[in-house]
Design a protein around this ligand. Structure first.
Ligand code: KG4
Ligand code: ZN
Length: 396
């Protein structure tokens, strides 16, 4: 079964053609990150306007790269929430329109559920074929196994979810304030690093560790260079990251006039060094005299610490054999490595999507849609956007 997936919930425009919920024929993503970088975060009006100009070329490219015509497509799926209303509206409207024009079944997809389904995606396959290679559509070798403990960590959500089967989600804990990705983005802004903050902080932290190693020191020193608080909220699986963010802010704003931040980064342009601190973060970071890269490394470690330990505890309590990561923050290398170390001695497997499937993409939308369509579900063309949509929990 070939599904055209469409994603437009925030600042990425995506279209993908996926076979049997797993195999990639094409996956096109146009990111607006560069546009929003100058504002230090997503500007909703700019995002929706940009979605409007990008969606059709992205859709056409996805069909072209898959070597598909409309006659090959079996169903259309588009994100209907959660996300920015104006951005969601673009992808949902286009999805419904092409489904109507080509007389295809249509399914609206929950973006958070789709992040989980990114774990079903494999690599690219060569040619568009409507034939299914495996007769068992529900389970194929390499799929996540149930029940699994899923850590959903995106720009706006941080949730620990027990997944008992397709569409069966039990909420165990969630953030009480900032989401993990939001904390990465806000701290990056405080430190004057680029948007989105996650990859920028990861890069700064890696650089800090490499520098220590070059000096013959242990790279792990970077992780505790600054003593930052961890909010454990013991006895619950909830998270809280706003205290940590404020602690970074105080350090970055700290003792005025101590010393300047010493860091520059490569512009990626023939090794040319450019000053990294271009926004309000400049003053904050320089005023504090804090070492931005060490502070980034210590912040990342504090987030990873809490996410990894609480996920491991939940996995143990619910006796699952697999932990699954979902959402943009699942791309974080330190988190993946730390969770591997936590889970291996317990014989619990860790599964996470390829980096390109962690952040927003349309392949995961088509994958989630596939399993709904298998259950005979579809939506009418009167489906509207739901910016505040949450996972469809069976138990909270
Ligand atoms: O899932 P996503 O692409 O969008 C939402 O649905 O929100 O997640 C975006 C978030 C951003 O906050 C971004 O900073 C974070 O994922 N992110 C990362 C990494 N890559 C993206 N956070 C930590 N480490 C990364 N490597
Ligand atoms: Zn997302």
């Amino acid at each position: 079964m070939l599904i055209l997936g469409i994603e437009s919930s925030c600042d990425e425009t995506g279209a993908a053609i996926i076979k049997d919920g797993r195999y990639l024929l094409s996956n096109v993503v146009a990111s607006q990150a560069e546009i929003h970088d100058r504002y230090g975060g997503v500007v909703p009006e700019v995002a929706s306007r940009q979605q409007l100009t990008t969606i059709i070329p992205v859709l056409e490219t996805a069909l072209e790269q898959a070597g598909c015509g409309w006659e090959n497509i079996d169903a259309v799926a588009a994100t209907y929430g959660p996300g920015l209303a104006g951005s969601l509206l673009v992808g949902l409207t286009v999805g419904k329109a092409v489904a109507m024009a080509h007389n295809l079944p249509f399914l609206g997809v929950n973006h958070l559920e789709a992040h989980i389904y990114a774990n079903w995606l494999r690599g690219k396959i060569a040619a568009a074929s409507k034939e299914t290679e495996d007769s068992d559509w529900e389970y194929q070798e390499g799929d996540p196994i149930f029940p699994s403990m899923c850590l959903v960590i995106s720009g706006a959500h941080s949730e620990l979810v027990l997944v008992r089967g397709h569409g069966q989600y039990e909420l165990l804990g969630r953030t009480r304030d900032d989401a993990a990705g939001e904390a990465f983005d806000k701290v990056a802004r405080i430190l004057g690093l680029s948007y989105p903050g996650g990859p920028a902080i990861q890069k700064a932290a890696q650089h800090a560790q490499e520098e220590l190693e070059q000096q013959g020191k242990s790279a792990t020193q970077a992780l505790n260079a600054y003593r930052l608080p961890r909010s454990w909220l013991r006895g619950t699986y909830d998270f809280s990251f706003s205290g940590l963010k404020t602690a970074v802010l105080h350090l970055a704003e700290g003792a005025a006039g101590e010393q300047n931040v010493q860091h520059t980064r490569s512009s990626g342009n023939a090794g040319k060094q450019v000053n990294q601190y271009t926004r309000m973060g400049v003053q904050a970071a320089q005023r504090g005299g804090a070492n931005v890269e060490l502070l980034a490394a210590s912040f990342q470690e504090a987030v990873v610490d809490v996410l990894a330990v609480k996920t491991r505890l939940a996995a143990q309590e619910y006796h699952v054999k697999q932990v699954v990561l979902a959402g943009g923050v699942a791309a974080n290398v330190s988190l993946r490595e730390r969770l591997e170390r936590e889970l291996r001695p317990l014989n619990i497997r860790l599964k996470y999507p390829g980096v390109e499937f962690c952040t927003d993409n349309a392949a995961m939308i088509a994958s989630a849609a596939f399993f709904h369509l298998l259950r005979g579900e579809q939506h009418g063309l009167d489906l509207d956007v739901e910016p505040g949509l949450s996972l469809p929990f069976t138990k909270k």
